[in-house]
Design a protein around this ligand. Sequence first.
Ligand code: DCC
Length: 226
Amino acid sequence: MTESTSDQQLLYVNDQLSDEEIQREADLYGPLTDSVRGLIAATLQTEVGESDVRRARALIGEAASLLRAKAIPGPYGVRWGASGRKRGWGNAADGLRNAVAPPLNIRTDPDGRARTDFHLGPQYEGPAGLVHGGVSALILDQVLGDAAVAGGTPGMTGTLTLRYRRPTPLGDLYAEARVDRVEGVKTIVVGHISGSDGICVEAEGVFILPRWAREAIAEQNASTAG
Ligand SMILES: CCCCCCCCCCCC(=O)SCCNC(=O)CCNC(=O)[C@H](O)C(C)(C)COP(=O)(O)OP(=O)(O)OC[C@H]1O[C@@H](n2cnc3c(N)ncnc32)[C@H](O)[C@@H]1OP(=O)(O)O
C-alpha cells in the first residue's frame, strides 16, 4: 500500500455520532450550504454599483473569518455514525456541506438504481445557456456510483464513458442510473441525464472495488472465520 493510499484511508472515519446528532448537523449546515450557493449565483448575476460590490466583499470576508475561527484543517473525508449512516459531506458532486456541489438529492433503491430531479442555475453554464459538459460528467459519475453502492457493489470510478446526444439546458433536469452487470470486482452501471426534450447525456461507468478495499475485506473475513 502506498503512503498516499494509507493517508487517504485515514479520511474514512467512524465518529460514532448518533442519528439525532447527525440530523442536527444536517439541519444546521445544509441551509448554510444553500446560502452560499445563493451567494455564488448572486456573485455571478449582480449588477449593483462598485461600492456595494466592495461592501459585499467585506461582509463575505467577515463571514469567512467567523466560520474559520474553528475549522477542520483539510478535507472532510467520509464519516460514519453509530448506526452506520454515511456522510460524504465534502463530496464535490453531492456533499451536504459543499456549496460547489450541484443541489442533488439522490434517491437509491437496493436493486442498484439511483435517480434525482435537480435544478442547475447559471453557475453551471458552459455554452451559453447550457450546462457545462464537465458538470454533466460530475453528476453522472456520482449518480452511477451511487447506483453501484445501492446495489451492494461499491467502487471507485475506473472508466466513465459519456455520449453528449443533445445540448443540456440549464434549469430543471433529471438523472437516473442502474447497475447493468457485475463482473468480479467491476460493476458496470448505465444512466443518463434528461431535460424536457428527452435524453441529453448517456453514460456508462465501470466502478472497481480497489485493491486495498478488497484486501481489507479479505482480512476481515479471515479473522471472522478464524
Ligand atoms: C470502498 C470504495 C469507495 C466507494 C466510493 C463510492 C463513491 C462513488 C462516486 C464517486 C466516484 C469518484 O469520483 S471516484 C474518483 C475517480 N476515480 C479514481 O480516482 C480511481 C483511480 N484509479 C484507481 O484507484 C485504480 O486504478 C482502480 C481502483 C480503478 C483500479 O485499481 P486496482 O483495484 O488495483 O485494479 P486491478 O486489481 O489492477 O484491476 C481489477 C480489475 O479492474 C480492471 N481495471 C483496472 N483499472 C481499470 C479502469 N481504469 N477501467 C476499467 N477497468 C479497469 C482490471 O482489468 C481488472 O479486471 P479483471 O481482470 O478483474 O477483469
